[in-house]
Design a protein around this ligand. Structure first.
Ligand code: CP
Length: 326
């Protein structure tokens, strides 16, 4: 099927195409132009795990292309709670939709669901495994932010901080960045929350530079500082999660000490705003290098592009656009 399950399925050519289409979606996302190219199409938006931006930006992206969205949120509200299989659920819901976006707490569950689906399925996050559309919007953001400095993605130095074990966004982003040249990955986490070995192997086998450390040290020449949340919901116990809460704070003082003024600050969000966690302090909100809300805005463009390409209407969007301004 024409599913989007893992970043492993993309090469640089595919990524370039997605980003070109995403750029072309900006006038529609800003309501400067309107298209109804997906008029009559239905997105099944299935979120069996909490989400704000992935769920709403998938829905917004589909609406902006003229389509309708049907949502199911929470395991308790679906027949999965009665023991229905993912296969049957997929078989049923794909009869009601033209495309499905899905999040689920277990690794591999979206791929299992896709086997029963008769329409394309997009992975909106499967447990600690992958979050491919987040990685694409992160990479799109990195590209845009670096263009500002006249740089491309090749030769990038990225520091990834925090829970690299359970954080699926950094898994997907690492794999995508491996498609580029001469990337320097600095991975900062306690050993117990380190990047999974298969991803480390992928980075090493692709010949990229890898620095692994437990703490922020010195002043780094990083282009990107990618902070993450401790994924408490994936730990075996709350006590275990509490051990790491607040260990990886980032605020303006820490940023100035360990990074240079060019370093772009990213985070997939949500950031844990509880005082004892405070992984991305509000005092960074006025720092022009804080790209977190540019990431969330870019998420709509990238998801519009993925819908248009997956449903084969990318070339029709400008053809059907209306002349009117919204
Ligand atoms: N980045 C991200 O996946 O956020 P949500 O959990 O709010 O969708």
């Amino acid at each position: 099927g024409n599913h989007i399950l893992s970043v492993n399925q993309f090469d640089r050519e595919a990524i370039d195409k997605i980003f070109t289409v995403a750029d072309s979606m900006a006038p529609y996302a800003k309501r400067q132009k309107r298209t109804e190219v997906l008029n009559g199409a239905i997105l099944g938006n299935l979120f069996f795990e909490p989400s704000t931006r992935t769920r709403v930006s998938f829905g917004t992206a589909f609406n902006l292309l003229g389509g309708e969205v049907r949502e199911t949120t929470g395991m308790d509200n679906s027949a999965l709670a009665k023991g229905e299989s993912l296969y049957d659920t997929a078989r049923v819901l794909s009869g009601y939709s033209d495309i499905i976006a899905m999040r689920h707490p277990f690794a591999g569950s979206v791929a299992e669901f896709a086997e029963g689906s008769r329409v394309p399925v997009i992975n909106g996050g499967d447990g600690a495994n992958e979050h491919p559309t987040q990685a694409l919007l992160d990479l799109f953001t990195i590209k845009r932010e670096l263009e500002y400095h006249g740089k491309g993605i090749d030769g990038l130095h990225i520091a990834m901080i925090g829970d690299l074990r359970y954080g699926r966004t950094v898994h997907s982003l690492c794999k995508l960045l491996c498609l580029y040249k001469d990337i320097h990955f600095t991975l900062i986490s306690p050993n117990e929350l380190g990047m999974p070995q298969p991803i480390i192997d992928t980075v090493a086998n692709a010949g990229h530079k890898l620095t692994i450390t437990e703490q922020l040290e010195g002043n780094m020449d990083a282009d990107i500082c990618y902070q993450t949340r401790i994924q408490e919901e994936r730990f075996p116990s709350q006590d275990e999660a509490n051990k790491y809460r607040g260990k990886f704070r980032l605020n303006q003082d820490i940023y100035t000490k360990h990074f240079q003024s060019k370093t772009v600050i990213m985070h997939p969000l949500p950031r844990d705003s509880r005082v004892e966690a405070n992984e991305l302090d509000n005092d960074l909100n006025l720092n022009p290098k804080l790209a977190i809300f540019r990431q969330t805005d870019n998420g709509v463009l990238v998801r519009m592009a993925l819908f248009a390409l997956t449903l084969g209407v990318d070339h029709l969007v400008s053809k059907y656009e209306r002349d009117v301004i919204w």
